[in-house]
Each structure stands twice: as C-alpha cells, then as structure tokens.
Design a protein around this ligand. Structure first.
Ligand code: GLC
Length: 829
C-alpha cells in the first residue's frame, strides 16, 4: 500500500486515496479522435485529433497551481451558502473521503462531504467524439437544496496561437449560450492558419469545428466569459464570485477568455440520489451544421446511454487486454503486463510525444523514430491500425532514404533534421509487423515519397550538408520530388542510405544526431560517427535479409546485404571496441567519446545492447559489454544512460553536456535504452539479469517511495533521475515514452519468450532461474495459444520439450493454425 494509492487486487484500477499527491497523476481517455487527459483531482484538458490545431479546453502553461483549469463541478448548499468541488480541486475543501480510480480509459473520482457522496466518472466513449462526466450525488442526510455549476475553460482551435498571441487572438473568439439546444458553444474565427488555402476557405478562415458544452439537467443560468464567471482579476477557480453568490451572470462572450459554466438548481431528498451527465463535444462549423449536431448529441446522451457506453468501453478494454495475458510468479509483472503497460502502449501509439504534462502539444507532432517504435507494441492489438501508420511513415521518407524527423498529420508537413538513426526504425517496424501478421502484401504497397519542397524547414533542408540529397534534388528533380515507391523499396533505401553515409573506416556517421537527441552537435560537420547507429544498422540488415529470403525476393540484394553486414561487423569490432565495452561516438574532429579515455561520459548504455541485438558482438564481447553495463552504469533504479555525467558544457558534443547532471540524457536512468539491455540479456541467455532489470524498472517498483518518484506509479516515466542529482529517483516525463512499447515486448516476447515468426509462433523463455514456471495466453492470427511453461530444473533459458495439443514437436516453433480455436502448448525447460 503506497502512501497515496495502490492497485486494486485485479490490477485493473489504480486507486488514489488522497488528493495531495506529489504531482497531478494523469490518465488518458481517448478513441483516436477525441482525447482527454484527466488528472486525479479533475484537471487536464481535451482536444480533437490534434492538440496543436484542435484544442477544446485549456491548459494554462506555467501556472500555479499547476494542474488548472480542468473539468470542474461546484456544489453550493443554498441553505448555508457554502460551496466546494467534489474533485477537491479547485476549491481544495477538506473532503471527508477522497478516492480517485484511474481505470482502463476512464477515471472515477468519489468523495464525501457533509452528508453527500459524489461520484464523477469521466470518459470518452469508443464511438462518439465527445467526453462524458457521469455524475451521481447521493444524499444520506436531510433534504438538500443545491446549486450545481459544471465548468470548463475553452480554447477552441489553435493552442499555440492561444498561448503566444492571447491578447490579440482573444478578439477572434466567441462563446454563447443557445437555449434551443441547450448548450454553450465556443468558436475561434482565427483557428485555421495552418491549413492549405483551399481548406481554409471552406471554413471562412475559422477553426473548422465548434465546441459545445451541455448537460442532461435543466439549465437555469450560464456564463461564457471566464472573467465574468470568476468575478474579479484577483480571484481564481478556487473562489469564483458567481458561485459564491449562487448566481451566474448569463453572459455570452464576444472576445475574451471563453468558458462554459452552467447552473442547475436541484433538491435532493433524504436517501435519494441525483444522476446526470455533462457532455462536451465538437461539431462541424461548416454550413452551420454544428447546432443540429450538438442538439442531436445532447438529446441522445442520457444517463442510461452513458452507462451503456461505459459498459461498451469496459468490454472493449477487456478484449484489448485479452490479446495477451500472463500469469507469472511475480504479481507485479502480471498486473503490469496484463493491464497498465498496455494502457501506456495504447496512449503512446495514439499520441506519440504530443500531449502530456511533459509534452505540451504545441510543437512536435509525430516523431518518425518515436512512432516507428511506438507501433511495435501495438501491432498485436490492432494490426490494421499499425499497418496504416507504417504507410503514413512511408510517406515521410524521401526517395534517397532520408526521412522527416517529425511530422504533422493535420498540416501534412514535416521537419527535417538529418538524424542518422531515423531511417533505420522503418525496416524494424516493418519486420515486427510482418512477424505478427505474415501480411507480406504490405511490402508491395505503394506510397508517394515525401517531397523535400514541402518540408516546414525546406530551405535549410535543401542546403543541408547531405550531399546525396543535394544530388537528388539538383540532378534529378523529378525523382526527388514525390513519386511513388513500395514499402520494400523504402526498407532497402533506408538501409542503403545509412550505409552510404559512413566514415572512411566504415562506421555510420552521426550527422544531425542519433537516437540520443542530445548528442546533436558532435556530427554536424558530417564527420563524427555513431556506434549505436552502426549496431542498429546491423539489426536492420539482419531483419531485411530474413524478409527477403523468406519471401524469396531479390537474391542479389541478399548477397549484397550479407556482404555489407560482414564489412560492418568487422569495422565495428575493429574500431568501436574500447576494451571492456563499445564506445559511443566520435566527434567531427575524430575524438572518441563514451570511452575509458574520457573523463565524463566514459561509458554509454545504448551501443552495448544494440551490438548484441544487431548481432555485431560475438557472445564473448556481448557478455563483456553487458557485464560492463552492470559494473559501470547500475543504480538502485536501473542502469544510467551514461556515466559519469557531464559537468562542463561542450558544443562539440551536444545538449547532453548542458543538461543538469542526473537528468535526461545526462546520466539519468533513461528507461527506453534499459529495454534494449533487457532484450540483449535475453539474447545472451541471461534470464536472471534480464528479469532483474525488468523488475527493477517496473513503475510500481520504481515508485516504492511515491514521494520520491513523484510521477504516476502505474506508468513508465521516460527517465528516472540519476544519482548525480539531488532528486535521485524522481520520475521524469511520464506516460509518453518509447519505453512503453519496448517494455511490453521485453515482458511478453523477450523474457516470457512468446515470439511471433513469419510462419508460426515460437516459445523461447529467458526467465529468472528461481521461477517454477508461468503461463501465457496469446491471441495470434485468429487462434488462441495457451503456453504452459514448467521450469523444474530452474534454468534461465533452453527448452527441453514442447508438446502441442498433446503431441510432442521438434524445436520451439508452433504452427500458424489460423483456425480460430485454442491450442495448448506444454513446455518444459
Ligand atoms: C525522447 C525522444 C526520443 C529520443 C529520446 C532520447 O524520448 O522522444 O525521440 O530518442 O528522447 O533522446
């Protein structure tokens, strides 16, 4: 039992038992279009499709208290005049009981105050682009006369404009109450600057949506102007004058800070309950359809409809989680793999690094490398969705194998940064997809290549130092700009691009940076090298050779790739081995970094596991490298990304040298590369070592001291602060991190060993020797595979016998049945 909360027995909910947690603890409810971030005291914001372009409610950046505004309800007792909020924020009234349950796609806050018990269930339905607050107020005392005020602060449309240009952009914003619907509407007549001209014209230059806010109770008052609702500049949501007086001002707002505030007058008899719903949504501005659409939604969404939608949501998540279920001797592992790791994978797949408490939804859009990795964990749940995203990624690649670093779905544009690793994530994503689905038709799908002229930073892109790109653009404009190509062709071009951009001694160049974003200045002149990219290239080559051979395509390429692989392996081991581990990179001036020769940043984590994953390290060096990880990087919370931290800034290395020691890329425990260390250990058959790292970095283990850890105890943070910082052990950047998909793979595929193959599914456990066994139930290509693994000899790896449906088979590969039925695989280690 943690100080602020813990999981329910079945792991399906995390129950927060007091409101004053070290930070706001968030949950996500989303259906791929409507997204809601919901904190445990009713904070958080909503957006439709894009948090940059289509914001619905506001997040006030850099404000105190941090988590404001939110989805608030005020309750005023009309006999005493006392008012409070049943989610604790924003009035912070000392409630007699407080409980917030974050569940799969919903959050329920239940509290008690002066004879009333309130429960607010927040969720976004599966198939309606709205959010529901389903509210119950039970009265255990004498009759109560109450005023109720549901409240949100609107930011219709462009959130960056709202932040940067607020005083001016407020002149384009309007909110009004329409009693016919009845609902409050909020519009933004400047919201479409990011769209192409033709698109903009369709909405008269306005945000193409109109937000609405309604309730199932009769509305007796409203406010659409936040400042009118709050009542005075020196007040806040904590003490709005209107609520204090018990009367809203019935003011529309034409220019200003928009809000939606509704007033309901109710009597709640002794022993009875009041139930109602608040509904927020977006409707089409175009041709004025919004009023009818909003009316239809608000009339349709009764309490009963909300309850049905909530059942559908729960059933949806049951099915989602049922894709794979594990039962191991470690309850923390079970809870995590069965529920919360999946929830984080779902959010990360949907949102990339776009909208969280740490990602502000204003600048980044989708990351090419991020999304390529995020989808790895999601393929098993929804292969068609992953497939569509792979095709989207394909459109971000240029004909020469370069890619945008990040891109914007709504605007259909991207930013080029010349990161050397980006292209390599693409073949990796394709190979994981093919393993799950055997849908080799993907390889022949055709997509247009990206056109360098449409890059958001097109000018700098074309003049960048990438010679091969220059060549393509100037020599052969037709080829460079757009034009179609297959997915397979792209996988090859990605690999060939990275191999082409190598140093004289055969190590891929760092260029604008690699996976580690903060090694961004060492390769600017096009000379510095990256050992991590070298090892990653090894993995990509192996993946492509396997695909080409299995599908019997292009034997010439197979031969060519084998030759490249051999040269790469030789160069890597000749140049990058540092004695006890692989060094990390060289600067443009040739100095080697991440090496025992350095004072700071003597060793980096990333190249060690990748050398094993890419097969470039032989077993002996691989083992030595992973043992060095334990010797030089280990902390109480897992291995650091590098050590010792940089304390002197160095513009020939990059931002890592300027970050606070112990934070982020400067010697924190970056959980994303920890996943690769786990994977590498399993490849080396080191089950105890793999599990030790996996267990140590489980969110509920990292958060054993919830005050110290501070971020949510149910999801991975991107990093845990390292020992060089006074906040050692504090989580940073929770929720949206590539850690989530990779950790799910670590649990299910690498440790428990259930590995999809092109033509079946294999069972190759690499587990702690202490385990007696475990079970995994996995849905795979329409059949159910139930693995029952026994470990009588307490080994870490190696399978001695596999019996499928009562019949002993040779090896560990189980057939691809595709028969819709269940198969039992008894495995003895
Ligand atoms: C963040 C970024 C990711 C990057 C990593 C390491 O997680 O989202 O793209 O690889 O940091 O710098």
């Amino acid at each position: 039992m943690g100080k602020y909360g813990c999981f329910t027995e079945d792991g399906k909910e995390f129950v927060i038992t007091r409101p004053d947690t070290p930070q706001p603890w968030l949950n996500y409810s989303l259906n791929g279009r409507y997204h809601a971030l919901i904190s445990h005291t009713g904070g958080g914001y909503s957006y439709y499709v894009s948090p940059l372009n289509s914001r619905i409610t506001r997040r006030r950046y850099n404000s105190l208290p941090e988590d404001r505004p939110g989805r608030y309800l005020y309750i005023r007792d009309n006999d005493t005049g006392e008012y409070y909020s049943p989610t604790w924020q924003p009035t912070q009234t000392p409630l007699e009981a407080f409980e917030c349950r974050h569940g799969c796609g919903y959050t329920r806050i239940t509290t008690r105050y002066r004879g009333l018990t309130h429960s607010i269930l927040y969720f976004v339905p599966i198939d309606a682009d709205i959010e529901i607050w389903r509210i119950t107020i039970r009265n255990d005392g004498a009759e109560r006369r109450l005023s109720l005020f549901p409240y949100v602060e609107f930011v219709p449309g462009d959130a960056r404009d709202d932040l940067l240009e607020q005083p001016n952009s407020s002149h384009f914003k309007r909110a009004w109450f329409d009693s016919e619907v009845p609902a409050i509407f909020a519009e933004n007549r400047i919201g479409a600057s990011f769209l192409p001209e033709e698109e903009r014209a369709k909405d008269d230059g306005c945000w193409g949506k109109v937000a609405f806010f309604g309730s199932t109770l009769p509305i007796v008052g409203f406010d659409c102007d936040r400042n009118r609702f709050i009542g005075a500049w020196f007040r806040s949501e904590s003490n709005p004058l209107t609520v204090q007086c018990g009367r809203l001002t019935d003011a529309n707002c034409n220019s200003g800070h928009l809000c939606g505030a509704l007033q309901h007058e109710v009597r709640v008899a002794p022993g009875s309950s009041l139930e109602f719903c608040v509904v927020i949504g977006v409707a089409d501005r175009r041709e004025g359809r919004y009023k009818i659409q909003a009316m239809e939604v608000i009339r349709a969404w009764s309490v009963e409809r909300a309850d049905r939608a909530f059942e559908e949501l729960s059933a949806w998540h049951e099915r989602f989680c049922d894709t794979v279920r594990v039962a191991t001797p470690d309850e923390s592992v079970n809870r995590h793999v069965n529920i919360w790791n999946k929830m984080q994978v779902k959010a990360t797949f949907a949102i990339s690094r776009d909208a969280s408490r740490f990602h502000l939804g204003l600048t980044y859009g989708m990351g090419f490398r991020d999304t390529s990795q995020d989808l790895l964990g999601y393929i098993m749940f929804d292969a068609p969705a992953a497939r569509a995203v792979i095709r989207e990624l394909a459109r971000q690649m240029f004909p020469n194998g370069y890619t945008y670093h990040n891109y914007f779905r709504v605007q259909n544009s991207g930013i080029f940064t010349n990161h050397s690793d980006d292209p390599l994530w693409f073949p990796l994503a394709v190979s994981y997809y093919l393993r799950e689905t055997a849908d080799f038709a993907l390889l022949d799908e055709v997509e247009p290549y990206a056109d360098p002229k449409t890059a958001s930073n097109a000018a700098s892109f074309v003049s960048s130092f990438s010679e091969s790109m220059q060549e393509l653009v100037t020599m052969n404009p037709g080829y460079a700009c757009g034009g179609p190509g297959t997915i397979l062709e792209r996988c090859c071009r990605a690999i060939e691009k990275v191999w082409r951009d190598r140093s004289a001694r055969g190590i891929p160049l760092m260029l604008g940076g690699d996976w580690n974003d903060d090694l961004n200045e060492c390769g600017k002149e096009g000379k510095g090298e990256s050992a991590m990219v070298a090892a990653q290239l090894g993995a990509a080559l192996l993946a492509m050779i396997e695909i080409l051979e299995f599908t019997r395509r292009d034997p010439r390429k197979v031969t060519e790739y084998r030759a490249i692989y051999a040269r790469l392996k030789e160069a890597f081991n000749r140049e990058c081995w540092d004695g006890e581990y692989y060094w990390r990179f060289t600067r443009d001036d040739g100095r080697v970094e991440g090496s025992c020769r350095n004072e700071q940043g003597k060793m980096y984590l990333e190249p060690q596991p990748w050398a094993v994953i890419g097969g470039l390290a032989d077993a002996e060096r691989g083992l030595q490298a992973m043992e060095s990880v334990e010797r030089y990087l280990e902390t109480d919370y897992g291995p650091m990304i590098c050590a010792p931290p940089y304390t002197a800034s160095d513009a020939t290395i990059g931002a890592a040298t300027r970050e606070a020691p112990g934070k982020k890329e400067n010697a924190s425990v970056f959980n994303h590369p920890v996943t690769w260390a786990i994977q590498a250990n399993t490849i080396l058959g080191r089950g105890d070592a793999a599990y030790r790292l996996y267990h140590a970095t489980l969110p509920e283990v990292l958060s054993r001291d919830q005050d110290r850890f501070a971020t949510e105890p149910y999801v991975y943070p991107e990093y845990t602060t390292g020992p060089a910082h006074p906040e050692y052990g504090k989580g940073g950047h929770s929720w949206l991190t590539g850690t989530a998909p990779w950790m799910l793979l670590c649990g299910v595929q690498f440790i428990l060993g259930v590995k999809p193959l092109f033509d079946g599914i294999s069972i190759e456990p690499c587990i702690p020797s202490g385990w007696d066994g475990y079970e995994v139930k996995r849905r795979f290509r329409g059949s159910i595979y139930r693995f029952i693994v026994r470990n009588p000899d307490h080994v870490q790896a190696r399978v001695s016998r596999v019996i499928v449906d009562g019949v002993k088979i040779r090896g560990t590969k189980v057939r691809d049945y595709r028969d819709g039925s269940e198969h039992t695989i008894e495995v003895t280690m």
